[in-house]
Design a protein around this ligand. Sequence first.
Ligand SMILES: [Zn+2]
Length: 238
Amino acid sequence: MTDDAAAAPICRARPLPGPDDAPVGCAAARGVDGRPMHAAALRFFWGPMDCGKSTMALQMNHNHARQGRRGLVTTRIDRSLGPQVTTRIGLAHAAIEVTDDLDLRDLVRDAWAEGVRVDYLICDEASFYNLEHVEQMAELVDGYDVDVYAFGLATDFRSCLFPAARRLFELADSVARIQVEVLCWCGREGLLNARVVGGRVVREGEQVVIGDTVDSTDVRYQVLCRRHYRSGDLGPRA
Ligand SMILES: [Zn+2]
């Protein structure tokens, strides 16, 4: 017999706030603006680099805005190194840079205080956010009736989950792998993000090192299938 309790995964994140911690009066306040309360949701869309996450984030923002909804776009460490979401196919959109001390709830509350409605948040590069930000996302959904759509990588260059991504997998109402396939040089589906320094795959170092950006030349990332990630083979054109 196995011990089920011992076998259960251990969650090291702090527990979610209970009902007593929920913001008071938000639901009622939201009701009088004419918009019916709806079942807001936290959705996490993930995939390897180059699979079009930021493109999908901006497309989702466009689709919601076209229906008269108002949202905020946030990002962290965009490839442009500026406060905007940019995509590899040329789209760009102004965005709020998420810093360690930024509280996503304050972002929404401040907008509301200025009379700006916020129906949803688009959180790009969410795997670079910290764990508190993910808790704030959940609270925005549960206590403020704000939809949160998060986009990001699942795993880092070591093929291990980013902490924020792991927490999103744990908490999100839905999790979806982005279905645009990125191919490894061999033609297999790309799955993992290899960090390449000096033409070689590296497996140790800081979790976040910016590469493939406007001013970076010595660090780059390459999406590989699991087989070639494991062997470190970057292909004939590397
Ligand atoms: Zn391959």
